[in-house]
Write a protein that binds this ligand. Structure first.
Ligand SMILES: [Cu+2]
Length: 68
């Protein structure tokens, strides 16, 4: 489980964009977005860095908080 803080996501559209960006790289990935806490939990075979970079390319400023 990779955990990221994405301080500039604000709404459901942001959550959908982030989920889509991760699933574009790993269709099996599951994303759990907590807008209130600005946290995203991702279950995926991708590396934390690839997940972080994908979210950044989608226009956000993610920081990896925990990774396996
Ligand atoms: Cu939004």
């Amino acid at each position: 489980m990779i955990e990221l803080t994405v301080s500039d996501m604000t709404c459901g559209h942001c959550a959908a964009t982030i989920t889509g960006a991760v699933k574009a790289l790993d269709p099996q990935a599951t994303c759990e977005v907590d807008l209130g806490a600005k946290r995203v939990k991702v279950e995926t075979a991708l590396s934390a860095e690839r997940v972080r970079a994908a979210i950044e390319r989608a226009g956000f400023s993610p920081a990896v908080e925990a990774a396996p």
